[in-house]
Design a protein around this ligand. Structure first.
Ligand SMILES: C[S@@+](CC[C@H](N)C(=O)[O-])C[C@H]1O[C@@H](n2cnc3c(N)ncnc32)[C@H](O)[C@@H]1O
Length: 187
């Protein structure tokens, strides 16, 4: 499948339904999680149609997603995606709900592909609070993949390194695998 398809392209979920092919765009994240994750229970943050979590579940992880786009969730369900997806917007007002989900499901691994740049762009200060609260709820490992680096970018969180920097004080980068950063709790 073309690497250029967008994350929410219905072509991804159609391909999943027809032949159980997985989106190429998720490959670096999946490989990093397979190689490095110590925990088995994973939260796929801002998961869109849930195919990243579905793929991790097919590899033996216990996955759950959260996503605010209910149309993406419905499109996924209509095409056989079965990973649990909680419809919610990740924001200060819902942080309690998110941390309860993490604690109840004993999730220790947070996977955030191309979503810190969306959640925190308008409120960068909140990232530190978010990291502290998810760590307190049980998250021990964090996999981040940010926007593709571009020298022309004007985005406030333009690439993975900027996402790693937002976590400072709570999580620190241990390993880098291409576009994916692996972080664990700071000692
Ligand atoms: C670039 S997409 C990445 C989707 C998925 N993580 C992937 O890699 O295939 C960003 C997703 O984050 C969702 N999103 C953005 N801000 C959000 C928020 N505050 N709460 C929940 N979902 C959010 C969008 O609806 C979109 O599905």
């Amino acid at each position: 499948m073309s690497q250029s398809l967008r994350y929410n392209s219905l072509a991804h979920v159609r391909a999943f339904r027809e032949g159980r092919r997985w989106p190429e765009i998720h490959r670096p994240m999946v490989e990093a999680v397979l190689e490095l994750a110590r925990g088995q229970a994973v939260l796929d943050l801002c998961c869109s149609t849930g195919l990243l979590g579905e793929r991790l579940a097919s590899l033996g992880f216990q996955a759950v997603g959260v996503e605010r786009d209910v149309e993406a969730i419905a499109a996924a369900r209509a095409r056989g995606v079965t990973v649990p997806i909680v419809p919610m917007s990740v924001e200060p007002a819902t942080l309690e709900t998110l941390t309860r989900l993490i604690a109840e499901r004993q999730v220790t691994v947070l996977v955030a592909r191309r979503c810190f740049s969306e959640i925190f762009a308008a409120r960068m200060d909140w990232a530190a609070v978010f990291c502290r609260r998810v760590a307190d709820a049980g998250i021990r490992e964090l996999f981040l993949q940010g926007r593709v680096f571009s020298t022309r970018s004007r985005h406030p969180i333009p690439h993975t390194d900027a996402e790693v920097a937002l976590c400072r004080g709570v999580f620190t980068q241990r390993i880098r695998r291409g576009p994916v950063a692996y972080l664990t709790l700071e000692e």
